[in-house]
Write a protein that binds this ligand. Structure first.
Ligand code: MN
Length: 242
């Protein structure tokens, strides 16, 4: 199991200076990896970041969400196309850094939706996921789609919904990314969803109920880690706070 740290713990920007600050501190504290939030993948400087990453020798992962104009779960095909291009570009950036995981709620914009998704919008997003999972597999990258709470997505709020979504995508390489902060809001408990995912769980965020210091909120981490142990989970576990 690799224990990682989310980049926003350290920095709000990931230009070479912000990246080096986050990477150096993550290594100094003793984490196994740094997760870089790709706030704008097109603004990243992969060549400069790679030189820094190699000098520290600390593995990185990356996370991605969509904006209003790149929401792949949309009926607007221009948005869907822009979202696919953004994920493909994120894969290119991550590959330059030798990363093995692209995660997050990349299936939609992170916002409170006033209406349910339509079936056509859902299908549009799933068609994109088929393409990007194949591209990721060729690059040796695992994609994990993050289950987030109802105030941040109208599509995937529970592990069960994510598993059904992946079944419909029909790509076994696509995995579920769970986050205890979101699970604490949406799931009945923190044990059953992990067991339901089993070997399809690809990535984990640990966050408190208020995104603060671990152990100072109401998330039952004992239950959650018992569940991870029960399924023999051996992937990244990344501490996420801001
Ligand atoms: Mn998260």
């Amino acid at each position: 199991m690799l224990v990682g740290c989310h980049g926003l713990v350290w920095s709000g920007s990931f230009d070479p200076e912000g990246f080096e600050f986050a990477l150096g501190n993550t290594k100094a504290v003793g984490f196994d990896l740094l997760e870089i939030p790709l706030l704008d993948p097109y603004a990243m400087e992969p060549e400069a970041l790679r030189v820094i990453q190699q000098s520290y020798g600390l593995p990185v992962t990356a996370s991605l969400a969509q904006s209003r104009d790149s929401d792949i779960t949309s009926e607007d095909l221009a948005c869907v196309k822009a979202g696919e291009a953004k994920i493909m570009h994120a894969l290119t950036v991550l590959r330059a850094l030798g990363g093995k995981y692209l995660v997050g709620a990349m299936f939609g914009e992170l916002r409170k939706y006033p209406e349910p998704f339509t079936e056509r919008a859902r299908a549009n997003g799933q068609a994109v996921m088929r393409n990007v999972v194949d591209a990721a597999s060729e690059a040796g990258i695992t994609i994990g789609i993050e289950v987030v709470n109802r105030y941040e997505s109208n599509l995937l709020n529970t592990a069960r919904q994510a598993l059904d979504y992946i079944d419909e995508v029909g790509k076994s390489a696509l995995t579920v990314h769970l986050d205890t902060y979101h699970m604490n809001i949406e799931e009945c408990d923190l044990f059953t969803p992990v067991l339901e995912c089993g070997e399809r769980l690809g990535y984990v965020h640990i966050g408190e109920s208020h995104r603060g210091y671990l152990g100072s909120g109401s998330v039952n981490f004992t239950e959650f880690f018992h569940a991870l142990n029960s399924i023999g989970y051996d992937g990244p576990v990344v501490f996420e706070t801001f």
